[in-house]
Ligand binder design. Structure first.
Ligand code: ADP
Ligand code: MG
Length: 196
């Protein structure tokens, strides 16, 4: 695999800005963590490009501020093994969007990367999941927070820990989750991008 952040810099892909005017709690900013992943290129670019474009979309959203990005990681696929490794990163944001509106923004970013669902846990040009929304516990048909797989996935826990080493998830410090220190199938890809 020869992926680099320069793929993104060289990209001529036009940025699709995701905006949503339904700002429900304008003065109420919540720190949230999003998990981004990609393992297929398409006409819009490489997996790294998809992830970088999504980060740009988040940065440009009026109701999202203070975006911080972990290193980029390569991870072995979880489901079918006959698919490329994933690029993963975790992004910290502050947002004034309500959880379901934030989910809609995440899904709009996936659509901007022309995501097609091919098979369960299969390849995708972009996956954007809400990992944590402040301290909220959400159990709705379309949204489970903390994200259901968070406690078992090293490709999420390790980058999350990089951004928030003292965070507590479901009452447990992140460093007490075994997968937060298990690097099986995981490789760091690039230095931490600058926070802007
Ligand atoms: P996965 O990320 O598990 O591979 P998808 O990205 O296709 O699967 O998402 C399937 C559904 O999961 C979405 O339609 C969304 O409504 C739901 N979902 C539930 N909780 C979350 C969450 N925390 N973040 C993102 N999607 C979620
Ligand atoms: Mg998802």
């Amino acid at each position: 695999m020869s992926l680099s952040l320069n793929d993104a810099i060289d990209s001529t892909v036009l940025l699709t800005t995701v905006t949503d005017s339904s700002n429900i709690e304008a003065d109420n900013w919540t720190t949230c963590y999003l998990g981004l992943g990609s393992n297929i290129a398409n006409e819009l670019g490489s997996p790294v490009v998809h992830v970088q474009q999504a980060i740009e979309g988040l940065r440009q959203h009026d109701n999202i501020r203070n975006v911080r990005v972990s290193s980029f990681y390569a991870s072995a696929p979880m489901g079918p093994q006959d698919q490329p490794d994933f690029i993963n990163t975790v992004v910290e944001i502050e947002t004034s969007l309500a959880p379901l509106v934030l989910l809609a923004v995440c899904q709009a970013l996936e659509q901007s990367a022309k995501r097609a669902r091919l098979r369960h846990w299969g390849e995708r040009s972009l996956d954007v999941d809400i990992l944590l929304y402040g301290q909220a516990k959400i159990a709705e048909p379309r949204l489970t927070v903390p994200h259901a797989g968070l406690g078992e996935r090293n490709f999420v826990l390790i980058p999350l820990q990089q951004l928030a080493p003292d965070i507590v998830i479901a009452g447990q410090p992140i460093n007490s989750y075994p997968q937060a220190s298990d690097w099986t199938g995981l490789k760091i890809l690039a230095d931490k991008p600058d926070d802007r």
